[in-house]
Design a protein around this ligand. Sequence first.
Ligand code: NAP
Length: 306
Amino acid sequence: MYDIVIIGGGPAGLTAGLYAARARLRTLLVERMGFGGQLLTYEKVDNYPGFPEGIGAFGLGELISAHALKFGLQTRNAEVVTLGLTEGVKSVHLTDGSLHTRTIIIASGASPNKLGVTGESELTGRGVSYCAVCDAPFYRNQEVAVVGGGDTAIEEAVYLTKFAGKVYVIHRRDQLRAARVIQDRAFGNEKIHFVLNSVVTEIRGDVQGVDRILLKDTRTAAVSDLSVSGVFIFVGIQPNSHFVPVEIERDAQGFIHTDQEMATSVPGVFAAGDVRSKQLRQIVTAVGDGATAAFNAGRYVEERFH
Ligand code: NAP
């Protein structure tokens, strides 16, 4: 029987694990892939306090997980299928067994949205990508497209210019959504070309990979095409909350509602990080959520079980 089972090994889950293990609560963190969460898909982090020169995203993930493990956090590599939310002891059902616990912290993060256009799924891994850090080196001196106008799209477009010869940023409006400081880096980069008021309607290619995308102007409906060998799609995120039972309230997109103590609508179940319905999705807010969730899960255990 655990005091806390944490679902997800990104910055929120690892920080919850660090706080819980340090507080000597019997804690297990379950992660289906590697530790670090979305940090594994970024190159560099330049807004995490304490690193004025920035820090490599992968390295930051390793430091946070080493810190949590140092306090004795137990971990298990497994996928969560569903949760059993009876009063008192709760269950976390995995593909290979079940765990029993007094509290649960859901820190399962978010995944990139798909565009949903013809050619996207067929060409994923053969020119269509959702991770610039993973795939950018394949496009040395080539022309690629980035779809989206948020922080991720613009940061990744800048990163891609280290490899690609030309990066088209395709955005459906005439204003980017990304923070001003991120936009300015892209506007100052001569390899980046903006294609505004445009949506991708189809991605074309063959077994060799992508060779072009079809575009539609959102104001005039004029259709055009663009020759590119890679398409990087960054059109927002969706929560990894498919295993979360309906008793836990969520917003229209599936992000989990919590109060300021990270408590969900089910007593003893907490949520932290990007899976939570919140305003600012950053590493620094994820780690804050994780600490708050672990503190309040510990308090719940103390009040109900001791
Ligand atoms: P986002 O902020 O939701 O931006 C998604 C972008 O994709 C928007 O520009 C949106 O256009 C566009 N889009 C959405 N659906 C589309 C569709 N079907 N077709 C074409 N375009 C579409 O998502 P994100 O950039 O992945 O960021 C996710 C969260 O992480 C945000 O809270 C962000 O601030 C945060 N983040 C922060 C940093 C940082 O601080 N360094 C870095 C990365 C991410 P519209 O603008 O027209 O809606």
